[in-house]
Design a protein around this ligand. Structure first.
Ligand SMILES: [Zn+2]
Length: 493
């Protein structure tokens, strides 16, 4: 057993690979306790023997789920609480990776980090800092459940309460559920019940795919979006496109991305409505890359309908987001991007309350930078680009989080251009498009697949008045990570 030379007893637990039991100096650290009826001792490194008074159990909490320490011996003469590493990994189904700066506790099956603890001197203390540590509470104050509901893209109340309960976000107390009109309008379509009968054991064993046709052209000329869903992680990728002929090149880029980023290939490709993939090019591609593919009719089994169900869920969120912000229907591709982004970072019950990002990338997503889609915002122009008499900002509508950039995508209402900036002031109570567009439930019904074809026709014609896709203007200093924006919610600007 390791000899500890420090004199001052403390309440921390220390990892000890040489210990043969968990041991504590204080009975108070244990949640259950039994006295030992016979005299037993622990032999320590210098040959001395230390008496054991009793034994019990305790939990290290957080993380989620809590980690348990079973059969902990109570020896008051010890100077440190020790963790028997082998028992710890065995009882909690975790692995521990030590490095010069500390150690990480990971889920044994998924590899998802549950805790990261830093060294103190030569010792490895188990600090109760958790995977949520990166979210500094000082960076954001407690906000209302309604504001978080809007920021999280109108996901169900259980997502919000999980994030709040586990300190991912600072949210004021969630009382009785308030009614969100946008949710009622946007998500009134009842989705088929999702059954998890997945047989996959790692990412990219099965990729589900589908192509959705939009009756309304996006302001950038998109008529479709191509969709990939990883069966194991539930991670989603969406690609708005203008022509079906773009499908093969997007698929091969996606395949290359998986190969480069994850060092693997797709084992099985499952397409619900396989017309776009049922061709010579795709067949050859699969043969060359050893990929099995299957085309199936939706509804023949719960597994086959997985992509279709997910697309319908995404469309419901798009409709809700557009409706809540009164954005034009032709902005559906912006709502699609932000919805996809949120789908991948929010916890899912089916993943034991982990997010697809945690499953695929083994890192915790952050939520502090999230803002409400379509709200009023003011990106700050860098002082080098303006003279003293020019305004330092301009009113914009918030469009989302740009790919490959930190910061925010803002739609300049005066010149209809997109500005990407990391320094943005938000007013999440105001929605610029609400002044120019009258929201109606009908406006966004094109996202409902069960809509009557005649209504599709009318909406298609109406959409011709929509504005063309604006050019993108990047602020001269794009950031690589999302900024900590100045938030002026509930304040007058
Ligand atoms: Zn809502």
């Amino acid at each position: 057993m390791q000899i500890l030379s420090l004199n001052v007893p403390d309440e921390n637990w220390y990892m000890d690979t040489g210990a043969t039991s968990h041991m504590t100096t204080s009975q108070g650290t244990l949640s259950t306790y039994s006295n030992l009826s016979i005299n037993k001792n622990i032999a320590v490194g210098c040959g001395q023997e230390i008496p054991i008074r009793g034994y019990g159990q305790t939990y290290i909490s957080p993380p989620y789920p809590p980690i348990s320490l079973n059969n902990v011996l109570h020896a008051p003469k010890l100077i440190k609480n020790l963790i028997y590493v082998h028992r710890f990994t065995f009882d909690n189904n975790v692995t521990i990776e030590f490095d010069p700066f500390g150690f990480s506790v990971k889920d044994i099956q998924t590899g998802i980090p549950l805790m990261r603890c830093d060294c103190t001197g030569d010792l490895y203390p188990l600090t109760t800092t958790t995977r949520h540590q990166s979210t500094s509470p000082a960076t954001f104050a407690a906000l209302s459940p309604t504001l978080w509901h809007n920021r999280l893209g109108h996901h169900r109340a259980n997502v919000l309460s999980f994030l709040s309960k586990n300190k991912f976000i600072e949210c004021k107390q969630i009382s009785s559920p308030s009614i969100c009109q946008s949710c009622i309008y946007g998500k009134h379509v009842k989705l088929p019940f999702s059954i998890s009968n997945s047989t996959t054991s790692k990412p990219f064993d099965i990729i589900h795919s589908d192509l959705w046709t939009s009756p309304i052209l996006s302001s950038a000329g998109h008529k479709y979006f191509l969709f990939f869903l990883d069966d194991y992680t539930n991670f989603v990728w969406t690609f708005p496109i203008g022509r079906k002929s773009q499908v093969p090149s997007i698929f091969s880029s996606f395949h290359a991305f998986i190969k480069t980023q994850f060092g693997t290939t797709i084992k099985c490709f499952q397409c619900d409505n396989g017309r776009e993939f049922n061709n010579e090019y795709f067949t050859q591609f699969c043969h060359k890359n050893g990929m099995v593919f299957s085309f199936s009719c939706p509804h023949t089994s719960p597994q086959n309908g997985k992509a279709e169900r997910k697309i319908r869920a995404i469309n419901n969120f798009i409709r809700t987001s557009l409706g809540h912000s009164s954005m034009p229907p032709s902005f559906w591709h912006h709502a699609l991007r932000i919805t996809t982004y949120l789908q991948n970072i929010l916890p899912r019950k089916i993943l034991s309350h982990h997010s697809p990002t945690q499953y695929l990338y083994h890192r915790d997503p952050s939520y502090t930078h999230l803002r409400v889609f379509g709200c009023l915002c003011y990106p700050l122009f860098p002082s080098t680009t303006i003279n003293k008499l020019q305004a330092r900002s301009t009113p914009c509508a918030f469009l989302g989080y740009p790919q490959n950039h930190g910061g925010y995508k803002c739609y300049d209402l005066s010149n209809k251009k997109i500005i990407i900036s990391r320094h943005v002031i938000f007013d999440e109570t105001q929605f610029p498009f609400a002044k120019t567009h009258t929201p109606s439930t009908l406006t966004y019904e094109f996202l409902n697949d069960s809509l009557h074809p005649l209504l599709h026709y009318h909406l298609q014609n109406d959409s011709k008045q929509d504005e063309p896709e604006p050019p993108i203007v990047e602020s001269p200093q794009p950031a690589t990570t999302p900024a900590s924006p100045i938030n002026v919610t509930n304040q007058s600007i």
